[in-house]
Design a protein around this ligand. Sequence first.
Ligand code: DHB
Ligand code: FE
Length: 298
Amino acid sequence: MARITAAVFTSHVPAIGAAMDLGKTHEPYWQPLFKGYEFSKQWMKDNRPDVIFLVYNDHATAFSLDMIPTFAIGTAAQYQPADEGFGPRPCPKVIGHPELASHIAHSVIQQDFDLTIVNRMEVDHGLTVPLSLMCGEQDPVHGAWPCPVIPFAVNVVQYPVPSGQRCFNLGQAIGRAVESYDDDLNVHIWGTGGMSHQLQGARAGLINREWDNAWLDQLITDPVACAKTPHIDYVREAGSEGVELVMWLIARGAMSDVVQSDTTKSVAFGAGSVRVRHRFYHVPASNTAVGHLILQNA
Ligand code: DHB
Ligand code: FE
């Protein structure tokens, strides 16, 4: 059967992608940020997954205000990096995993989560920047990402956006869906976006180190309580775009200390335990506080 072995959490600032694409990673501004991902790139090589289930948000790239899916799962065979105004990023196309994606869609919808099925879309910095951070620069033509990726887009741009609790519950359902897939696949689930940042209005540039780090502590040690954080707390404490953090709760909900194979038990704790492999926090990166965690199922 397939198993989720690890969760990776990271911010997705577009300027990080530009710094990599333009060869600026050793510049004094960027060097401390990329240093925080050295461990992660080696860890990815040592713990190479068969599939990455990548939770991210689209930034009005694939989805406009014309159509706003709350949760959208990519079931396509491949996805091209999108043009977000400066041309597509020079990175490889993303290869999908239609079989596992379709299985997860079926299972999660049967568990009462309404997903939008996406058979064709382009992917923006929300998805490609985390891949670049974890896998390093790849040649756009001759290079490739290390494994297939299932994009899972969450609306955190246009209200109403889903609650942290709903994201957490959805993560549990995704964990059960993966465990019910017959093939032996090593699956990583990634939660991306955040941490504190606000890109607009009077509080543009807001960063809240103390709140971010307390939230990370709680995400690790008491995810059930973390899931109860209301939207107003994210917005007040972590800025209007800080609400992207609800996506991390999807990945956290899929970990083995939370997921139960037996859905008749409504208690939130599974039998497994989770180990912190890496934790990193850095300010500044563009307008955003960058947070990064690697959790592994023990
Ligand atoms: C920035 C951060 C984001 O999450 C984003 O989607 C766009 C820009 C920034 O910090 O510049
Ligand atoms: Fe964003």
